[in-house]
Design a protein around this ligand. Structure first.
Ligand SMILES: *Cc1c(COP(=O)(O)O)cnc(C)c1O
Length: 454
């Protein structure tokens, strides 16, 4: 099909996510037709370095033979059946594999032995919220109806997930529709709400969190957070000790800890799961994005036996978890996820990361010197570069100027594909990226920041 026709049909029929469609109509959109390693090819034959892993999902590169083969092999047997009252082979094998991995990597609390499947990050969060709420009811504790989350937090776009979201631009308008939630200050050191500096602050934001929990303990179901990096809120990297502190607060006041590792899971932070960095095991863990290397929609909500057992009972006790989706445990998606996990072992993906993480760190310390770079934040292979108008006062560029977008658009000319978060330039390349390509990515970004802001 020719490009002009496709673009015409796209503009006529597709409503793009997170997009002001009025502006979209004025654009010449890019249509990707092929992928290889950490590159994407458009219809004009131009190749782009995929600097954001096709929106944070790709880990081992595009067109990975092992995953292609796993899906094809499963396709020859069965594309879909249901988990409602039945089983399928890939979902069982994946649950076994994942729970072993979780127990091995997160051994500090009750092991995460139980896997509940769904098909995207938002549903993984919905499930976690409903599971946590019903857990207290099932064990006979009444009056818990409120979640605690963080400002600048992001957990997806369905109503339950938006209820615990804290990005004003995305979430404010839906307030009248939302469930009860209290927001604690984000540990966002560059723009600290409490106007303090780390480490002399002694993690004052954590103390604020403790006050909130203490005051509302009887109605609080759980704290839900993105451990270590609040990604969509602007790659907010937490100060050391905050996550560990959260776990201690949850233990002390007997509330559940839900870790949303939809973005941080599967190696992005340099370890398989972000919670490993502070030796924390959550009560409920949400995973998606990297789980199938971006091949198929799949998500997991994992929990421990204590929570699971609270749902056991006679039918008339009404302890059943009445939740499920049509595509729960889809065999093709699970087959892709199994192959994805096997590549971690075969390629020693995590072991290959330290030199790349170091390279990023060095290049960022250069980029940080730029007069319009206010802050650089990095955790493992996740990077945020915050562009500001005035470095001294931290004043941002006017929102309407879309400075972040200008940088990203400039990068496209040089064959680098990115997507910013406002004026924060995000780098989240596939973990497979070579050092050479990583250098190229950083070089282009540095030049584009100069080109746009000076
Ligand atoms: C992307 C994301 C989600 C939502 O996942 P979807 O698959 O887009 O619904 C939830 N939580 C976090 C931390 C995310 O980054």
């Amino acid at each position: 099909m020719n490009k002009e026709t496709l673009i015409r049909w796209d503009k006529k029929h597709i409503w793009h996510p997170f997009t002001q469609m009025k502006l979209w109509f004025e654009e010449e959109p890019t249509i990707f037709i092929e992928g290889r390693d950490c590159f994407l090819k458009d219809m004009d034959g131009k190749w782009y370095l995929d600097g954001v892993s096709s929106l944070w999902v790709n880990i081992h590169g595009h067109k990975r033979a092992e995953i292609d083969e796993a899906i094809k092999a499963q396709l020859d047997k069965l594309a879909h059946s249901t988990l409602l009252g039945a089983c399928n082979e890939p979902s069982i094998v994946l649950a076994k594999k994942l729970s072993s991995l979780l127990c091995e990597k997160l051994p500090w609390g009750k092991p995460l032995t139980k896997i509940f499947y769904s098909d995207n990050g938002s549903t993984a969060v919905e499930i976690a919220l409903k599971m946590a709420y019903q857990y207290w009811i099932n064990i006979g504790i009444k009056g818990k109806d409120t979640f605690v989350s963080l400002k600048e937090g992001y957990h997806g776009d369905t109503i339950g997930a938006v209820s615990v979201g804290g990005v004003e631009l995305f979430h404010e308008i839906y307030k009248p529709l939302l469930n009860k939630a209290i927001q604690a200050p984000a540990p966002y050191c560059y723009r600290c709400e409490l106007k303090l500096n780390y480490p002399s602050c002694g993690l004052a934001c954590l103390k604020e969190m403790e006050q909130i929990i203490k005051k509302n303990q009887e109605k609080i179901i759980a704290i839900i957070v993105e451990p270590l990096v609040q990604c969509a809120g602007g790659i907010i990297v937490w100060p050391q000790g905050y996550l560990k502190g959260l776990r201690e607060i949850c233990n002390k006041y007997e509330v559940l800890l839900i870790a949303d590792e939809v973005a941080t899971g599967f190696g992005r932070t340099g370890k398989m799961f972000a919670c490993q960095h502070e030796e924390v095991t959550p009560d409920i863990l949400c995973l998606s994005k990297g789980i199938t290397n971006g091949y198929m929609p799949l998500a997991v909500t994992a929990t421990n036996d204590k929570i699971f057992n609270a749902f056991l009972g006679e039918l008339e006790e009404r302890k059943t978890f009445y939740h499920g989706h049509s595509y729960t445990g889809n065999p093709l998606a699970c087959a892709a996820a199994i192959a994805n996990l096997e590549i971690f072992e075969k390629d020693k993906t995590l072991e290959s990361l330290p030199p790349k993480i170091e390279l990023l760190k060095e290049a960022l310390s250069e980029i940080e010197k730029h007069p319009h770079v206010g802050d650089v934040r990095q955790k493992g292979m996740i990077v945020g570069i915050e562009i500001v108008k005035d470095k001294g006062t931290k004043e941002p560029f006017p929102w309407k100027e879309q400075t972040g977008w200008k940088v990203v658009k400039a990068a496209r000319k040089y064959g680098v594909w990115l997507r910013p978060l406002g004026d924060i330039i995000v780098l989240m390349p596939p973990l497979i990226i070579s050092e050479e390509n990583l250098e190229r990515l950083l070089h282009v970004i540095k030049n584009c920041i100069i080109e746009v802001t000076l």
